[in-house]
Design a binder for this molecule. Sequence first.
Ligand code: PLZ
Length: 454
Amino acid sequence: MTSPAPVAPPVPVGGPTLRQERRLVTAIPGPRSVELHARKSAAVARGVGITLPVYVQAAGGGVVLDVDGNTLIDFGSGIAVTGVGNAAPDVVEAVTAQVAQFTHTCFTITGYEGYVEVAELLNDLTPGEHEKRTALFNSGAEAVENAVKIARHYTGRQAVVAFDHAYHGRTNLTMALTAKSMPYKSGFGPFAPEVYRSALSYPFRDGGLPGPEAARRAISQIEKQIGASNVAALVIEPIQGEGGFIVPAPGFLEALADWSRAQGVVFIVDEVQTGFARTGALFASEHEGVVPDLIVTAKGIAGGLPLSAVTGRAEIMDSAHVGGLGGTYGGNPIACAAAVATIRSYQNDGLIERARQIETVLRRGLESLQASDARIGDVRGRGAMMAIELVDPSTAEPDPALTARVSALAHAQGVILLTCGTYGNVIRFLPPLTISDDLLLDGLAVVRDALAAS
Ligand code: PLZ
C-alpha cells in the first residue's frame, strides 16, 4: 500500500487575522529568505535593491509574516501604500469580485463604471469646492508626468519648478524633478529640459526661517532665474517624503500657492506619499489651508494595487485634447475596484482619526528618546508619517552611518524600518493605519535599544 501524499501546510491568509505580535523564530533573514535572495541575485537586475531581504508570505494589520515564519512589525507600509492595511478584507472582496467579472478592457477603448466612480470620489474629496476632473494612471511617477503635461498644455509655457529635497519618481521627467543624485539619477541622464530647482523651507536646517520669508526667497529665485511668465507649474510635496519628511514652516506653501495664482502658474501638489489619511487629514494640503490646482495621488489610493491619479480644476484638466491623455492600463478595473473599497475605508473606518492617534503615540515615544539622546536632532512629521533626523550633536552634521546602524539593528530584531533624507540620516515611521498601539510601542522599544547599542 502506498502511503497517503503528505498534506501541504495551510497557506496562511493575510489581513488583520494574522497574529498581531513581533515573533522571531529564525535569524533575520531566515534560511528560506536567504535561499530566495540568492535566486533573486541571480535572476533580478542588480539595480533593483532590497532594503530588508526577507521574503513575504502574508501581511496584514501591522505585521508582515515571512517565509521562515517570522512575524515582523511593519513600520513601512510598502512605502506608505497599505494605509488601510495589507490584504484589507474589503479590498480583497472588491478585487475578487472584479477579477471574476472582467480584468481589463482599456478604459480608452471601452469604459467601465469603476474608473468613473474613482474619478467622482477624488473630485469630491480633494481640497477645493471648484469643479474638477480626474485622469487615472498606474504609478506616482506617471501621474506626476501627466500633471506636468497638462499644465504645459494649459499654460502654453514650458518651465517647471521643483524644490530642494524633492522626490517625484524615476522616469526621465520625474528624475529631472527629483533632487537627489544617488541612487536615483546618477549615470541615468541626460534629463528632461526646462526643469528648475528652487529653495525649500526646512526649519531644522534653515534656522527656522518663517514660511513666508522662505517662500519669498524661492519666488525671488524663480522670478530672477526663470521669469514668472515662462513658468508652467510649480511641483511640490506638502511634506517632502524621500527627501527627509521635511515639514515646511507654516505659510510657505500658502505663499507659493498665492504667487502661482497671481502669475497664472499651475500649482501642482504631489500627495503621492502624504495622501489618503496618512498625515491625519485626507490630504496634507488641508493642514496648510492650501488648494492645489492639480493634486497628484497614488500609493495609498488602492490598498496596494497600482493606481495613480491627477485631479484638478476642470478648465486645466480639460485643456488637453481628446486622446491626449491615456495609456493601456491607467485606471485598470481591478485597481479601481480596490480604490473604491480603500477610499470608503478611509472615510468610514475612522482611519484619519487613527492616523492622529498614531502621531500621538509616535511623537511621545520619539520625543522622550530625544530628551535623553542628543543625536536625535529633530522629531517631525504629521500623523502616521513621522521621522527622526540623526546628527552629530556638537555640529548638527548629518550622521548617515548611525542611521544605517540603527536601521540594521531594528531589522535584525524584526522591525521593518525605513530611512530617507537627502543626507541619508532620517529614520521614518510609516505604519499602516491598522497597526495596534502595542505594536507601535514594541517597535519604538526596538528603536530605543538599537539607538542605545549604536
Ligand atoms: N512622488 C512624493 O514619494 C514614490 C519611491 C521609492 P511611484 N516614493 C517612493 C523608490 O525608491 O522608488 C513617490 C513619492 C512622491 C512620486 C513618487 C513616485 O511614485 O509610484 O514610485 O512612481
